[in-house]
Design a binder for this molecule. Structure first.
Ligand SMILES: Nc1ncnc2c1ncn2[C@@H]1O[C@H](COP(=O)(O)OP(=O)(O)O)[C@@H](O)[C@H]1O
Ligand SMILES: [Mg+2]
Length: 356
């Protein structure tokens, strides 16, 4: 089937600055895609290029099979939802919803009916006569989305739409947006710097850094098999531990270099003998036990409990973070045994950061 959105070899320069580097991305109809990465990595530039608000320097950009290079935004039939909502303050909710239809020559009664239908879907029916200033943040966000929905666009483009909302409302709106996407059978591209938002909302996550797609795939595939050290450190919270190590003479095990501690551990596949490795271990994959009973012992520096889980910082070099579910039983100053299963040890080439 023709992808709903397809980018091939897309580059974008702002003057000499190379903002998007050889982007290939294919999005099937009905998919919810999250673009995630640190601030300045090019997420908004990519989204704005889809909307036609930025022109791409080379490559091809297709929407529903049609080449869009150079096509102006209003002819692309995509709808952008911004963090700032961009509502018209002097118009009621209903007027905000009907404005774009009226501009396109839709009759007043028909536009009103469309607004009422969409408002019923997004839970705004009782607010149609209000002005934006009379709405809460979540309600304004719903108006912004409704205004996009009313146009039946080929794709919804979201640029960090929840950043202005408090934590509890953000979690709620996350589910609401995803449910709406499913109900409409929409195709959505959602920009966020929040990896939890990306992981929980999307079918397909695209991780970017410095204008490059570092990896893309299903959320849990990125968590289980990060392609490189950057993705490994970006996906997952608290972040993965990275420890320098050297492969043994046969390449069948390796030695962790935890400051003065030299600790051999088992691995589950053969690697280049003697090679320099960065070992990645997620905090939730380190088991704790009594001193002398794990793979090795570490002194405990800090213990922080949230009630549901406990974060332990081990006083090693580099420091290790360990997550235990529940309140935990460990005290600062104690020495504990830690255990790591070979299947949960990630190996990266020290120089390139690429998974091995
Ligand atoms: N109009 C512009 N002119 C020059 N540089 C820009 C422009 N817009 C964005 N950039 C630069 O491009 C990079 C990517 O920006 P952006 O796409 O906004 O990042 P993100 O949304 O991931 O935070 C940044 O380094 C930013 O400074
Ligand atoms: Mg941005």
């Amino acid at each position: 089937m023709t992808p709903q959105i397809e980018l091939a070899g897309v580059n974008k320069y702002y003057g000499v600055f190379h903002a998007l580097k050889n982007i290939d991305l294919s999005i099937a109809k009905g998919t919810f895609v999250a673009l995630v990465g640190p601030s300045g990595c090019g997420k908004s530039t990519l989204l704005r290029s889809l909307a036609g608000l930025e022109s791409i320097s080379d490559g091809s950009l297709k929407i529903a099979g049609d080449l869009m290079n150079g096509v102006p935004p209003r002819k692309r039939d995509v709808a952008m939802v911004f963090q700032s909502y961009a509502l018209y303050p002097h118009m009621t909710v209903e007027e905000n919803l009907t404005y774009s239809l009226r501009m396109r020559g839709v009759a007043k009664a028909e536009a009103k009916k469309a607004a009422e239908e969409v408002a019923a879907t997004t839970g705004l029916s009782h607010l149609l006569k209000r002005y934006p200033r009379e709405l809460s943040g979540g309600q304004r966000q719903r108006v912004a989305m409704s205004r996009a929905i009313i146009r039946h666009p080929k794709a919804f483009l979201f640029d960090e739409p929840l950043s202005n909302l408090d934590a509890a409302l953000r979690v709620h709106m996350r589910k609401e947006i995803r449910a709406l996407h499913d109900r409409l059978g929409a195709t959505s591209v959602y920009v966020t710097h929040d990896q939890i938002e990306a992981m929980t909302m999307a079918d397909h996550v695209v991780v970017m850094k410095d204008g490059v797609i570092e990896q893309q795939g299903r959320p849990l595939d990125l968590y289980d098999k990060p392609a490189n050290k950057f993705v490994a450190g970006f996906i997952g919270s608290p972040a993965m531990n990275f420890i320098p190590a050297i492969a043994d003479e046969e390449g069948k095990s390796l030695t962790l270099e935890l400051g003065v501690i030299r600790q051999p551990i088992a691995i589950d596949h053969q690697i280049q003998p003697g090679s320099k490795i960065t070992v990645g271990i997620r905090p939730e994959h380190i088991g704790i036990t009594n001193q002398g009973q794990g793979n090795f012992d570490v002194p405990v520096a800090v213990v922080e409990s949230t009630g549901s889980s406990t974060f332990i910082t081990a006083a090693t070099t580099p420091e290790l973070t360990i997550v235990e579910t529940g309140r935990g039983t460990v005290q600062p100053g104690q020495t504990i045994g830690v255990a790591v299963a070979p299947a949960q040890v990630h190996l990266f080439d020290e120089a390139s950061g690429v998974r091995i």
